[in-house]
Design a binder for this molecule. Structure first.
Ligand code: C2O
Length: 549
């Protein structure tokens, strides 16, 4: 194992990824941020320096377990206070896993303005999959707004705007896209240069490439495809799966898929790689948006050759909803589901509705908001000093831990569920119910979960006890492991994780607007270990210095 050092300097400035000039944030002057590539077992040391004029920042390493280093999870208000302007924080943790990941700011909606990038970890565990391709490329796909994120957020959270998320202005592939300025009236106020370039992936004919798709966006799900080429899916959120052939790959915010692309078509043209936004998931429309963003797969190495008419899109219709590839079709080659849950909860979420109500999201009746100048992690450790979880509860409020329902143990409106609280490691089943008309990509920090079942209507508890609860139940043996799944409107998903990782772990909808509307809760895992833990001074000090969040 090696230690890999990176310096991230966060700055603000103007950028024009698609030709429309706007205020942006950069890592080392660039957008997207640098590719971090490492081997499993390596240590990653990233010195993040905040050179913003007014705002704090924090960087989250999406999908990293952070086992033993919960304080480097980078989640504002939960594991750290923001790094104030002029200060730095050195994130330092080991990479105990492999696959396709990414990193992004976890301070408000800041990542939408540019603080994001890919994180790829290789491992001997991938040796078999490695036989399937000759080279690899990272493909970041995301929606893009022409206004700074806080402008859109303010509109979204204003009273009477329920469920009208800001609709993207464009999509980007690897931080680039076409845009035609005539879409805007001249008096609209943007400085715009017609952009006639896009990302080009140059590949030799008759080779096989692993494309690592990562949706680094705010809101939109994309259907990714390459004209004239089938794609073979081999990875979903860092879980290797038996290859499945598809025309399009639906990818929701924060999800990753690896596919194998074989350059086995005619060399007389280049081909479009298309990312089609599933606009059925939007409320309303945006006249400047071309919902299909494009990049070029170039056989010839000719970086400008626009594909000819021989490059043909697949005819398959786009889905009615934002939905995942069916988990039942994706069979993990390793990483099998652990048998037998020891704890089980049902959780519901919904959005505040009704006249004059703020557009707040509710998790079992609570709506997350960031704590001032402290973190739930610090509160938990302080309270657990006495060695009891009641201590954690007492540190911030009057309620004790409850199995179902809000725990008022922390300041603000923090819904925290305790897991592995009895000096044993729980296998936790969560039945997540949607009481909402939208689709939501849910992500759990510090863990991967297995998707056991999904359905609609009342959950069949008899079925659960007979078929899910006993060890090794048939039908779930091939459950897919991943870290972000899409929950359908008014449906439920039953998922399982092993609570072996001490810390405070965010569980939230990854749609940036929904997260800021409060669609987040936390798991507190292993209070026995947490009670003995000390947050490093460099992280603790941020709260004293914090200028708010
Ligand atoms: Cu990409 Cu809270 O995470």
């Amino acid at each position: 194992p090696t230690t890999r050092h990176y310096d991230f300097v966060i700055t603000e400035g103007q950028g024009w990824p698609d030709g429309v000039v706007r205020d942006m944030l950069f890592i080392n002057g660039k957008f997207p941020g640098p590719l971090i590539e490492a081997n499993m077992g390596d240590r990653l040391v990233v010195n993040v320096t905040n050179k913003l004029s007014a705002n704090a920042t924090a960087v989250h390493w999406h999908g990293m377990y952070q086992n033993g280093t919960n304080w480097f999870d980078g989640t504002t208000g939960i594991t750290q206070c923001g790094i104030p302007p002029g200060q730095s924080l050195v994130y330092n943790f080991t990479l105990d896993q492999s696959g396709t990941y990414w990193y992004h700011s976890h301070y408000g909606t800041q990542y939408l303005d540019g603080i994001l990038g890919p994180l790829i970890i290789h491992a001997p565990e991938e040796a078999d999959a490695r036989q399937l391709y000759d080279q690899e490329r990272v493909v970041l796909i995301q929606d893009w707004y022409h206004d700074f994120s806080t402008v859109n957020l303010e509109t979204y959270l204003a009273p009477d705007n329920e469920n009208t998320e800001p609709i993207p202005d464009n999509g980007l592939v690897n931080g680039m896209a076409f845009f035609n300025c005539s879409a805007y009236d001249s008096d609209y106020g943007y400085t715009c240069f017609d952009n006639n370039t896009c990302s080009v992936l140059s590949l030799e004919p008759n080779t096989r490439t692993r494309l690592r798709f990562i949706n680094t966006g705010a809101f939109a799900e994309f259907e990714l495809s390459v004209d004239n080429h089938t794609l073979s899916v081999i990875e979903a959120d860092a879980t290797l799966v038996k290859p499945v052939s598809v025309h399009r790959v639906p990818i929701h915010v924060a999800q990753r898929y690896s596919v194998i692309l074989e350059t086995n078509q005619s060399t007389s043209t280049n081909y479009w790689l298309r990312g089609a936004m599933v606009t059925n998931c939007f409320t309303g429309n945006n006249p400047v948006l071309d919902p299909t963003t494009k990049a070029v797969i170039s056989y010839s190495g000719n970086k400008t050759a626009v594909p000819s008419d021989a490059s043909v899109d697949w005819a398959d219709a786009l889905p009615e909803h934002c939905i995942d590839l069916d988990a039942r079709d994706l069979i993990p080659s390793t990483q099998k589901v652990p048998p037998g849950a020891t704890k089980m909860w049902r959780l519901d979420f919904s959005f505040g509705i009704g006249a004059y109500q703020l557009d707040r999201a509710k998790f079992n009746g609570t709506s997350w908001s960031v704590l001032d100048n402290t973190t739930t992690l610090q509160q938990a450790i302080d309270g657990l000093g006495g060695g009891t979880q009641e201590g954690a509860a007492a540190s911030g409020g009057s309620n004790s831990w409850a199995v179902e329902g809000p725990v008022g143990a922390f300041g603000g409106d923090q819904f925290v569920l305790g897991v592995s609280t009895d000096n044993q490691i729980d296998v936790v089943d969560i039945l997540l119910y949607s009481l909402d008309e939208g689709s939501h990509p849910f992500h759990l920090h510090g863990h991967e979960f297995w998707i056991l079942q999904t359905g609609s209507g009342p959950f069949n508890w008899t079925h659960y006890h007979e078929e899910i609860y006993p060890a090794g139940a048939p039908g779930i043996a091939d459950a897919l492991r991943r870290d972000t799944f899409t929950l359908q409107p008014y449906k439920w998903t039953l998922f399982r994780f092993v609570a072996d990782n001490a810390g405070l772990w965010a569980f939230h909808c990854h749609i940036a607007w929904h997260l800021e509307a409060g669609l987040m809760m936390q798991f507190m895992s292993r209070p026995d270990v947490l009670g003995e833990a000390t947050v490093p001074e460099a992280v603790r000090g941020l709260c004293a210095a914090s200028t708010g969040r």
